[in-house]
Design a protein around this ligand. Sequence first.
Ligand code: M1P
Length: 233
Amino acid sequence: MTHFLFDVDGTLTNPREPINPEFSKFFGKWVVDVQSNGDEVFLVTGSDKPKTLTQVGSPLYRLMNGVYQNCGNQLFIRNSLIYQSKWAISAHLRLDLLILAERSPWFNKAEQKIEERAGMANFSTIGRTATPEQRKAYALWDNATKEREQNAEWLSLRYPKLQFDVGGEISTDIYPKGKDKSQVLNHMKEKTVFFGDKCEQGGNDHTIAHGADKFHQVNGWKETMFVIGSYYG
Ligand code: M1P
């Protein structure tokens, strides 16, 4: 048996956007083929359930053998909550994050610098309410200045028990060391194949990709569509 594991943003959808309708049909049929063969399909995303539901839709969500939200800190099977971590950020860390956001030289800021989710937090100096245009502009600037990487390095020295992973376009995921997406592999008893767009060092798919039996680094859903065709279809 093989367990196929998929990141969502940048892998099955464009970041924070709904899945392409044609790809959704293709992927749904592919999942049914995989399951008919006795294999299993899971989503492993840094996002929370409400966001993933708006992106992939309820039918696809329920079709999965399981959906790991919040980087594996919460598991849903057919919409039922199976488990969730109780970890939450300290008041001290919250203050440090707000100071970093305040000091960021990026000019076009949005609201909600910290999003607390079960078992993890997501930190963005620009703010989670950034529009798609603001996101793109910030992502280009961050790529040039490496703001997120530098913040993650500084925070890692200050909080050695925590892990700070640059994920998505505008933010950084925070959790206790090891409580990243790779924790999902402890639940898998058979061969694992992972698909993600952030498998490089420092990306939030890195540990799970390199812990899986096989991984595919993809650049968007079109490449995912192409690669999964080599397994079934
Ligand atoms: O799934 C990838 C990431 O998607 C979002 O990141 P951003 O808003 O930066 O594009 C967040 O939900 C993040 O937690 C997640 O890892």
